[in-house]
Design a protein around this ligand. Structure first.
Ligand code: SF4
Ligand code: SF4
Length: 377
């Protein structure tokens, strides 16, 4: 596994994101500890030493799992990152309460990396109001945190403001070849460089979307490397960037872990020729006009029972394959259909991708109505 020097330590280029661990049941967030432990063990044994969790992942269970899964390994042989959920903070005392709870849940004495979770326009004022940065500095002075950073889902303008306000060690950005220009990931990456902050990458495969593009784009990539996965191109794109320390991937099964580990062991940066092919594949994929949902589920639960990410998955699969009967069948089999949406708008406030969820739910319902009779006759 490739490792990179960060301050006085070395971090693995692949980090295990613990927000999409295998679940006991697809309908709730409970982790299948046994299968998830296999993933952690394989990653650790193959040189992964960076494990990223957060307070809300898996309904709060992810931090507990990470503590248990890593307990059998020496504490100084791996690095753990977790995050302050500002939406749970109503006073400065809450910072201490939540931080203590996180230590207790994981069973650790300290966290190596600690982030302000998901800074965006709607919550940055709260981070300022509750003096979160000063709190984190105090925790660092007490030896409870080693490096301070934040994860980010907003504009380059806000990123500049946040970076210039304090001396941060790192930030976690959504960075992949689709968002490089479309969602300003390139500009954001450059801002971190300017402030001498390391870049940790989240969503390198965009919630799995870049693991299986449309058939035309897949073919283009397979013609270059028939033996390599489509996801490996996305991992290599992020890992080829000089200031990227860790590429986090939320892995859900052993196949993904093996593939990612292989990609970042004996790592080869993308060549100019590969970049050209990747660009062509990207353009073919963009033409399909999918909804840029990463499946993070921050928008859930919908007040009316719509399974928002599931609806987008069904829709995106249709857009890429044009399989109308599969689309109508999957729509009918889903409990949380888009036609339950009453356009209350609550969900969209929490979407880091700024997706117009209600509008899209109407579009999906209309599409179903358009095709249902044609496919059933
Ligand atoms: S806008 Fe629609 S999908 Fe979103 S929470 Fe309201 S009812 Fe649910
Ligand atoms: S709609 Fe937005 S918040 Fe909901 S799962 Fe998709 S990306 Fe995440």
């Amino acid at each position: 596994m490739r490792r990179k020097k960060f301050r006085e330590i070395e971090v693995s280029s692949l980090g295990l994101g613990c927000m999409r661990l295998p679940k006991l049941n697809p309908d709730n967030e409970a982790i299948d500890f046994e299968r998830a432990q296999e993933i952690v063990d394989y990653a650790y044994e193959h040189g992964v030493n960076y494990f990223d969790t957060a307070y809300p992942y898996h309904g709060g269970e992810s931090e507990v799992f990470v503590g248990k899964a890593l307990a059998k390994y020496p504490r100084n042989s791996f690095y753990v990152a977790t995050k302050m959920p500002i939406w749970e903070v109503k006073s400065e005392e809450d910072l201490d309460r939540i931080f203590a709870e996180q230590l207790e849940k994981t069973g650790f004495d300290y966290f190596d990396f600690y982030l302000c979770h998901s800074i965006q326009d709607g919550n940055y004022d709260a981070y300022v109001k509750y003096n979160v940065f000063d709190f984190l500095q105090r925790k660092r002075d007490e030896g409870k945190i080693r490096y301070i950073g934040f994860s980010f889902h907003s504009t380059p303008e806000l990123l500049e403001k946040v970076c210039s306000a304090h001396k941060w060690d790192f930030a976690q950005l959504q960075l992949n070849y689709l968002d490089w220009e479309r969602q300003n990931a390139k500009m954001q990456y450059e801002i971190l460089k300017k402030y001498n902050m390391a870049c940790m990458v989240m969503e390198p495969v965009r919630g799995g979307a870049l693991a299986d593009l449309c058939p035309e784009a897949n073919d283009m990539l397979k013609q270059v490397h028939s033996d390599k996965s489509i996801a490996s191109w996305a991992i290599r794109f992020a890992a080829s960037l000089e200031n990227v320390m860790v590429v986090l991937s939320g892995m859900s099964n052993m196949e993904q872990v093996r593939d990612n580990v292989a990609t970042l062991t004996d790592f080869e940066p993308l060549t100019d020729n590969e970049r050209d092919v990747l660009e062509q594949a990207k353009q073919a994929y963009i033409k399909k006009d999918t909804v840029p949902c990463t499946g993070c589920r921050y928008c859930m639960d919908c007040t009316q029972g719509v399974d928002i990410p599931k609806m987008f998955k069904i829709y995106n699969d249709f857009v890429m394959t044009d399989n109308k009967s599969k689309f109508t069948d999957e729509y009918e089999n889903e409990q949380g259909k888009s036609n339950l949406c009453v356009s209350c708008g609550i969900c969209a406030r929490n979407c880091p991708q700024h997706i117009k969820i209600a509008e899209n739910m109407t579009k999906i319902s209309d599409l179903y109505q358009k095709y249902v009779n044609k496919t059933k006759n």
